[in-house]
Ligand binder design. Sequence first.
Ligand SMILES: [Zn+2]
Length: 106
Amino acid sequence: MTTPPRTFRALRAEQVFEIAWPDGPEVRMPFRYLRGRCPCASCVDEFTSVRKIDVIDVPAMIGVEAASMAGNYAVKITWTDRHDTGLFTWEYLRKLSDTREWEPPA
Ligand SMILES: [Zn+2]
């Protein structure tokens, strides 16, 4: 099981999540990126695994209405586009954190 982050907070002014892993990276993950990586059934086809909502489909000004813990293994996020069915497990967030794929290539 993935160790929960030391820090997980939404910095609304900067539109990023600050996520710090005890045994891994400390990242500033854009809201838009994470909304576009939502793993729920309306964003990813359950049968084909084809992504239906990707980062490019998300409005640049997307915000976070609320974020609440689901047990100790995930966080549920309500976005300003009213989407709230995504459950982001620590395991999934850790995997995304390690990719840093939202960062422009150096
Ligand atoms: Zn979704």
